[in-house]
Design a protein around this ligand. Structure first.
Ligand SMILES: NC(=O)c1ccc[n+]([C@@H]2O[C@H](COP(=O)([O-])OP(=O)(O)OC[C@H]3O[C@@H](n4cnc5c(N)ncnc54)[C@H](OP(=O)(O)O)[C@@H]3O)[C@@H](O)[C@H]2O)c1
Length: 372
């Protein structure tokens, strides 16, 4: 396979300054990127470049600056990179960093603390969500694939001490999404069975939370070797190859007693089987669209099983903090299966696009070596 490597881009590209024109000025989040960064210059991984951004201003009274230590990729980053011709934006939403500067009135963090930005900036509680922005979107909100970030002190959370930088950087999107799907919205109870679709980031976290909280896990995958690995690494109890078993919902039901929760990441192509797999009063967390956006719904199946369906849009800072307590208590370690240096960020995106991984893919901003 030929890997495209990010090239040093000279002269530096002009970073987009203007945020979404539909956003009133008072809603603009205080999030700015600085230092070296990876920037999209048009659709496709081959159009990623590295550049040096202008120096950050000093933090305002309630702002902080972090040195980014590690950045985690999510499938949405691939959608963004491949989906827009527009250049001048920095991908990725997930990172962990060390606090290197604080404003005069900052109370929530101290110098040297290790923190993650929250995925949806300003989404602190469910009641706050209307002013939220995700980092690393194509409309000019900076992403995390850069050396420095200036953020509001309100928009970061401390990370559990037992996690490495690479592990900690995986938490904001995939971790919080799985937590909200299973715990906040799903109202998971001990002894319940959770079906996770595939072996990617959200699903790996879903399996880990279910296990930690006393549940059983059914995992589907296109690959027997991936299923073998998640059995070992994530203590998954039951596995189904969805390519060999297109009626995997029935298999889940007849062989493994069905699921009380499904983390639905496939979308149109998996939705019907997810409904089949669910037990009465089961919770369907609608999360992803990997296999299409639109589908028809058998309403009888839906109401006769009294299924609860929850749309999930990552989660709030409160979800993040609750999740971190569980991760710390149960010493959960996110499943990082590949680490790339910043100079090989393109290779990291290629690996994600190709699907040849389980769990999380990370770009280290401090270490020069790859780990696969
Ligand atoms: N709504 C939200 O808040 C939210 C948050 C995070 C992610 N998402 C969405 O959730 C989806 C997954 O995200 P991710 O970051 O976890 O992706 P990821 O890490 O790239 O995982 C992708 C994995 O999904 C599995 N998969 C693909 N097609 C499948 C299918 N038809 N049936 C079952 N499994 C399938 C594959 O597993 P195998 O190789 O094992 O088959 C693949 O490796 C994406 O659509 C993403 O945009 C939504």
């Amino acid at each position: 396979m030929h890997w495209q490597t990010c090239q040093l881009f000279s002269p530096p590209v002009q970073m987009q300054e203007v945020l979404d024109p539909y956003l009133p000025h008072w809603r603009v989040p205080s999030a700015k990127a600085g230092g070296n960064a990876v920037v999209s210059q048009g659709a496709g991984i081959q159009n990623l470049r590295t550049t040096t951004l202008p120096a950050l201003p000093p933090p305002g009274p309630h702002e902080i600056i972090i040195d980014v230590l590690s950045v985690c990729l999510n499938h949405r980053d691939i959608f963004g990179i491949n989906g827009t011709q527009k250049g001048g934006w920095i991908p990725c939403s997930d990172a962990v960093g060390r606090v290197v500067a604080i404003g005069s009135k900052v109370k929530r963090v101290e110098l040297n603390d290790r923190v993650c930005p929250i995925f949806s900036q300003n989404y602190l509680l469910d009641s706050d969500r209307k002013d939220a922005f995700s980092l690393g979107n194509t409309r000019g909100i900076p992403g995390t694939l850069c050396k420095k970030l200036l953020l509001s002190e309100e928009n970061v959370v401390h990370v559990p001490d037992h996690l490495s930088d690479e592990e900690a950087s995986t938490l904001p999107c995939a971790g919080v999404t799985a937590w909200r799907a299973l715990v906040t919205e799903g109202r998971f109870k001990k002894g319940e069975t959770v079906l996770v679709e595939g072996t990617g980031g959200v699903s790996a976290f879903g399996a880990q939370f279910a296990n930690a909280l006393g549940g059983k896990v059914i995992c589907t995958s296109s690959s027997d070797s991936k299923l073998k690995r998640v059995k070992q690494l994530l203590s998954v109890k039951h596995t189904i190859n969805y390519n060999k078993n297109p009626d995997w919902g029935n298999v889940a039901k007849s062989h493994f007693g069905g699921a009380d929760h499904v983390l639905e990441i496939g979308g149109a192509g998996t939705f019907k089987q997810a409904l089949v797999a669910l037990n009465n009063h089961g919770s369907l967390a609608v999360i992803g669209i990997l296999d299409g956006i639109e589908t028809s719904l058998n309403l009888v199946q839906f109401f006769s099983k009294q299924i609860r369906m929850n749309g999930i849009a990552v989660g709030s800072r409160k979800d993040f903090e609750d999740m971190n307590k569980c991760i710390a208590e149960h010493r959960i370690r996110p499943l990082v299966s590949a680490v790339f240096p910043m100079s090989q960020a393109c290779e990291a995106f290629k690996l994600m696009e190709g699907g040849g991984f389980i769990g999380q893919i990370v770009v280290s901003m401090t270490k020069p070596v790859s780990k696969l």
